[in-house]
Design a protein around this ligand. Structure first.
Ligand SMILES: [Zn+2]
Length: 374
């Protein structure tokens, strides 16, 4: 899913995924039309909306603070954090690598629920102060709800299933106890899968008991937890098996490249139809200039193929995913998703040395797994 950059806080890039708007409006709606009118009847609709909007924005600020706490502690422990994304199920801090010791993992995971607990206490105190100082009632009510929501967030995150913080705490403990990160990850992922199914079951019970929306949310969250738990384990095994492998070990060397002035007719004939690939690096006098894919050709009107060149339609070099030959594979793993045509070009000193595709990667993993299981 796509998204946009919101800005940066403490040096961390903050992004909003478009799916975030779903939960933003859902919470805004629940606050403005459900919760606040029920707690404080007979107020103006505009007041409820103002309360709802304030509450929703502060809720997202709280989520962000939770993720920032993970990020700050990770950075302190020399684990680089690329940024934070807020999406439909909350927030996620992206790290390029995993913790290297159970102690680091424990502290990085544990600080999140602590932060949410701290925020809950803060809003609780504001609520009590507002009541004591005789501030308008809506302020006290919004503060109380934020205290409650943050407390719920802290408790939910402590559930012992990966990818929740509680699952990471559990994994750190199991890692320390067994000495095997893989075993610990498997246990925590299984915990996450069980937790996911429990949430789905609870959601279905609620749904058929009449709480339609609440029930559906439980089902969604349960499904999400289950899926991420499973993907997280695979991702982990992948990272582990790629430990020590460099980009040059996996790349296809001396890739076929297309001269930039080739017109699309020729390109389709000689490279797409007669060639073996669906995407090719484009070269000019100064070396690599971009990447051209079958998809891009398809988007160009067919009657213009004879007049247009691959340089006209290619993805320019600056936007293409690029790696250097001595880079560790684990560093570029996350970039295949965003790479056009699933391809990363391997370039050194401006010279095209090779190309890595997602299928090269899967083939490599498949073979290393076959070797391991024999
Ligand atoms: Zn967390």
């Amino acid at each position: 899913m796509g998204g946009f950059r919101l800005g940066s806080v403490l040096g961390f890039e903050i992004r909003i995924d478009y799916s975030w708007f779903i939960i933003f409006f859902l919470i805004l709606w629940t606050f403005s039309f459900g919760v606040f009118p029920a707690v404080l009847p007979d107020l103006d609709a505009a007041v409820y909306f103002a309360m709802g909007l304030t509450g929703t924005l502060l809720f997202f600020a709280s989520l962000l603070a939770h993720e920032l706490s993970h990020s700050v502690v990770a950075r302190r422990r020399d684990i680089p954090v690329e940024g934070i994304t807020l999406f439909v199920f909350g927030g996620m801090a992206h790290t390029r690598m995993e913790a290297e010791s159970p102690g680091d993992e424990f502290v990085i995971a544990g600080v999140g629920p602590l932060a949410s607990l701290g925020i809950a206490v803060l809003f609780g105190a504001i609520g009590i102060l507002a009541g004591a100082a005789g501030w308008p009632l809506p302020i006290a009510v919004v503060a109380q709800y934020l205290a409650f929501v943050n407390l719920a967030l802290a408790v939910f995150n402590l559930l012992p299933g990966f990818p929740l913080d509680g699952g990471r705490l559990f994994r750190a403990a199991a890692w320390k106890y067994t000495g095997s990160l893989r075993k610990a990850t498997r246990w925590a992922s299984n915990g996450g899968k069980v937790l996911g199914y429990v949430l789905i079951a609870l959601g279905l019970l609620q749904f058929f008991g009449g709480a339609l929306l609440g029930g559906l949310w439980f089902v969604f969250i349960g499904w999400f937890v289950r899926t991420v738990a499973q993907a997280g384990f695979r991702q982990h095994v992948l990272r582990e098996s790629l430990e020590g492998v460099k980009v040059k070990d996996l790349m296809a060397p001396e890739p076929v490249a297309v001269p930039g002035d080739t017109n699309l007719d020729e390109f389709v004939q000689q490279f797409i139809m007669d060639g073996r690939h669906r995407a090719y690096p484009v070269v000019g006098d100064q070396g690599v200039t971009g990447l051209v894919t079958l998809d891009r050709v398809r988007k160009a009107p067919r009657d213009e193929w004879s007049q247009r060149t691959v340089a006209d339609i290619m993805k320019p070099r600056d936007d293409v995913e690029v790696a250097s030959p001595d880079q560790p594979m684990t560093e570029i793993l996350d970039r295949f998703g965003g790479a056009e045509g699933g391809r990363i070009l391997v370039i050194q000193d401006g010279e095209l040395l090779g190309i890595i595709t997602r299928s090269d990667l899967s083939r490599w993993i498949e073979r290393s797994e076959m070797l391991e299981s024999s």
